[in-house]
Design a binder for this molecule. Structure first.
Ligand code: NDP
Ligand code: MG
Length: 390
């Protein structure tokens, strides 16, 4: 039996992972399941899958989790330290599907014990890509991509050499506002930004898809994961979300990966790698689809894509500043404090102010320094929002 832990088990990726595991329960021994506020789901799944421990990220929810697990053998734990402790419990395969920078510390700990880390939590690569990759290497651990575009690139690269790659093209649906007039974006609401044309995902990544902050993170994720130069990475708008990525080689050949927009494709590939097993996903009928559509992204509409290029050019801890600012700006948009376009505007302003702090962005990439920059960027966003709204 393979020992498995799932961090972010109550979320969209976590639930899709559990869906696959539930189909073959005899094959897996569940070590840890983590969640946040959704205590009922966490307890239900932990009891059903006979997890060793269930952890909520929030300390004050521990009594509730204990009560929900009463009468079972599942241990209850809470808080950021408990997440890291759970990640150090021996497991063969660990799903990193917490949303946001909070996924970094447990992900690092999972790598330190030499586990295979199935990485959905792109924020940790954006904040600390080099640290994650170095940690994996030092401990003989493997990181498998779960983001659909990166899984697609990974699959297109099987049997290929990275030094023969000329470019990597990741596709973007264009999100909820793809066809909106630019002028209307200023007044776009949370409800409007929270519906995705093709993918069913958590709310934060759905809003990030509308603003293309998600694609900006994915461009940086591509650089960190595959080690290619920023100018080798392209974004292509593809409204149908059937082609997930393309890899272009120096002879001009393009290898692409197509599949239904269902995250169980990428999760299943990471779960069964290096094998391919049957998955409960729809098969594409290309004859009835008829046409695939592609176009270049409009950078005026998506300033986040331009910011991603600047972050990669700057390097150092700029990714942590970018991600922290973007996450906090999203918090303020969700809370109704700022408008949709303010998110990119404020992120850019905060990035510039942190870059101007002597030595901050160029400090060495340790978990401590990444966490510090992450915190400073969030504080800086709060200040800007207070100035603007106060
Ligand atoms: P969800 O919002 O659906 O789920 C997030 C999970 O993280 C939940 O289990 C949530 O708990 C938990 N969580 C939230 N905040 C914290 C915190 N501060 N500390 C610890 N745990 C926390 O997100 P998704 O499943 O959509 O996304 C998860 C990750 O995967 C993200 O990094 C996203 O970018 C990435 N991803 C997602 C895709 C998708 O299709 N959904 C596609 C590609 C990548 P609770 O809900 O109980 O509060
Ligand atoms: Mg993606």
């Amino acid at each position: 039996m393979r020992k498995i832990s799932i961090f972010g088990a109550t979320g969209s990726i976590g639930q899709n992972t559990i869906d696959l595991i539930r189909r073959d329960p005899e094959a897996y021994d569940i070590v840890a399941l983590s969640g946040g506020h959704n205590i009922a789901q966490l307890a239900r799944d932990a009891i059903e899958l006979r997890a060793e421990v269930a952890i909520t990220a929030h300390d004050h929810r521990l009594p509730e989790l204990r009560a929900a697990l009463a009468g079972s053998d599942v241990e209850a734990a809470a808080g950021a330290d408990a997440l890291v402790e759970a990640a150090s419990r021996p497991a063969d395969w660990i799903m990193s599907a917490i949303v946001g920078a909070a996924g970094l510390a447990p992900g690092l700990r999972a790598l330190e014990q030499g586990s295979t880390l199935a990485l959905a939590n792109k924020e940790s690569l954006v904040c600390a890509g080099r640290l994650l990759m170095k940690t994996a290497e030092a401990h003989g651990a493997r990181i498998l991509p779960v983001d659909s575009e990166h899984s697609a690139v990974f699959q297109a690269l099987v049997g290929e050499r990275i030094d023969e790659v000329e470019r990597i093209i990741i596709t973007a649906s264009g999100g909820a506002f793809r066809d909106w007039p630019l002028a209307d974006l200023r007044t776009a609401t949370l409800a409007q930004a929270s519906s995705h044309p093709n993918w069913d995902m958590g709310q934060r990544i759905t809003v990030d898809s509308a603003s293309m902050f998600n694609k900006a993170l994915e461009v940086i994720e591509t650089r960190e994961f595959f080690g290619v130069a920023p100018e080798q990475i392209e974004v292509l708008v593809h409204p149908q979300s059937l082609v997930h990525a393309l890899v272009g080689f120096r002879d001009g050949a393009l290898m692409s990966h197509l599949g239904a927009p269902d995250m169980r494709h990428a999760i299943g590939y990471a779960l069964h790698w290096p094998e391919r097993r049957a998955l409960p996903v729809a098969r594409l009928d290309l004859a009835s689809i008829g046409q695939l559509e592609f176009r270049a992204p409009d950078l005026a509409r998506y300033p986040a894509l331009r910011l991603a290029q600047e972050v990669m050019r700057r390097g150092g801890l700029c990714g942590a500043a970018f991600n922290g600012a973007k996450e906090r700006a999203l918090d303020h948009f969700i809370a109704g404090h700022i408008g949709f376009l303010d998110m990119a505007d404020i992120t850019e302003q905060v990035l510039a102010s942190l870059e101007a702090e002597p030595g901050l962005i160029d400090a060495s990439m340790t978990l401590e320094n990444v966490t510090r920059v992450d915190g400073l960027s969030r504080d800086a966003v709060d200040q800007v929002v207070t100035q603007r709204t106060g």
